[in-house]
Design a protein around this ligand. Sequence first.
Ligand code: PMP
Length: 395
Amino acid sequence: MSNVHELQFLKEKIQELKDQGVYRKLPVLEGANEAEVILNGKKVINLSSNNYLGFANHPRLKKAAVEVVDKYGVGAGAVRTIIGNMDIHEEMEKLLAEFKREEAVMVFQSGFNCNAGTIQAVTEKGDLIVSDELNHASIIDGARLSRADKTVFKHANMNHLEEVLKENRDKYRNILIITDGVFSMDGDIAPLPDIVNLAEKYNAMTYVDDAHGSGVLGESGRGTIDHFGLHGRVDFTIGTLSKAIGVIGGYVAGSHTMKDWLSHRGRPLLFSTSLPPATVGAIMEAVKLLMSTTEYTDRLWDNAKYFKEKISKLGYNIGNSGTPITPVIIGEEGKTMEFSKKLFDHGVFASGIVFPTVPKGTGRVRCMVTAAHTKEQLDRAVDIFKTVGEEMKLF
Ligand code: PMP
């Protein structure tokens, strides 16, 4: 066999990963995503999932999924523009629009797909995309698929954003400002009121990826736009159905015009099969549950506050998070990964995140507290953070 078919070029790249100490196998979870799990054969407290409300294994969502499967089957059978657009897809979008307090919602197969499809569809040559430097990878990839020019502004820096807008306003047809609502590595909330004011001042459009704000911030988890009372002033709001909602999928909320256009030019919608019925049934149940009670969002915030207070009292630096995302910043890359490994050995899974995902020297384990954790589990996790911190002489 030739070298090409042995994928020698990839073997060499994999060796490079090994030499850099960043090679790893995918961790294997035995069973459902819950607060305490068996991961790689070991029982650990799970502080690494986006299952904010514990919906991923919620009995009501599971029951709803099964009921829908009985009537609609397991697959949608086609892309939405052909015959994959079932009445339940339409119903789900109406429900999400009501939840998000927007005119219309278009659902895609994932949050990633939604960013990739929407950014590309609403911008073209002669436009400018202005993106926060810490925006999620799916925004970066979505922007790459667009023929618009791109530039970044310094993270949450409104002076810099204004400079960029001032300099470019007259050079382009449309300007699209893109920001995460909540930044996934630090848990900080974007200064949306200021961004929206600048957008209005410079006649630019706004696009907020609220993957980590939906189901978390605002009334009953309606998201960051609701948290700041900015309904009607943001053109495109992205949410995922894979994090707080606990299932899979992504959506963009905005105007009827937006939805109409995406149904013609949202490429993942035109060329990839729509969400399967079970997923749609579970999503609708999750949204109904969220709209009927604040029990889950209340518990999420209560747990997050409880955990953060205890961890920071131990002497750890937990950054500037305004949400349940709790970065425990260790600093140096090797030390961060050692810390994460020792936590695992003692019974906590909190994944280590280092350069290039975060800037050099700011390695952290990212803790995701959820509504599903008990206080007892959080106490045990805190004890383990204390033990490992002492072992490594971190304080
Ligand atoms: N945007 C942000 C900010 C995210 O954190 C993620 C998930 N990591 C996505 C989009 C992609 O969402 P999904 O997992 O639903 O594809």
